[in-house]
Write a new protein. Structure first.
Length: 152
């Protein structure tokens, strides 16, 4: 029974585990930068978000989606798309923080938690269906382009 559940949700379960860890990295760093260090909440959010995205990329690539790229080109395409989509998620995160804290005068930590939950869900769909989808076509295309470059 457990093996059937694991097989059915083999991408979702590790994503949830590392998603929780990434969320903790993001929230703890935000708290650390904003409260004890006294950094403006918007700047603290940018720094925390960037560092958590680096953590997320490594864990998603290696342990969640078990993504292996065969060429440097495929690697850069994959990493570039990961950071591009995370930049889009950051716009949502930063917008939520600005609206919640500056306009609505909400507590920064509560606002951060709400924004982060929504961002985690968005990022799962971006990662599963766009960024770390099966790479055979990209790898084959990159290998073909690299071989054409060396034959010139």
């Amino acid at each position: 029974m457990i093996s059937k559940l694991w097989t059915k949700y083999k991408d979702t379960i590790p994503y949830l585990i590392f998603g929780v860890l990434t969320t903790l990295v993001n929230i703890v760093l935000f708290w650390l930068f904003h409260y004890p260090m006294g950094i403006n909440y918007q700047i603290a959010n940018v720094i925390a978000y960037f560092l958590s995205v680096v953590f997320a990329y490594v864990t998603n690539k290696l342990w969640v989606f078990n993504s292996h790229t065969d060429t440097w080109r495929a690697f850069w395409i994959e990493m570039g798309s990961f950071f591009l989509f995370r930049a889009g998620s950051w716009v949502f995160d930063q917008g939520t923080m600005t609206i919640g804290v500056s306009l609505m005068k909400a507590n920064p930590m509560i606002t951060k938690v709400i924004a982060t939950v929504i961002v985690v869900v968005l990022n799962y769909f971006f990662s599963k269906f766009i960024i770390f989808r099966k790479r055979e076509k990209i790898n084959q295309g990159s290998q073909r382009l690299e071989s054409e470059d060396t034959n010139k």
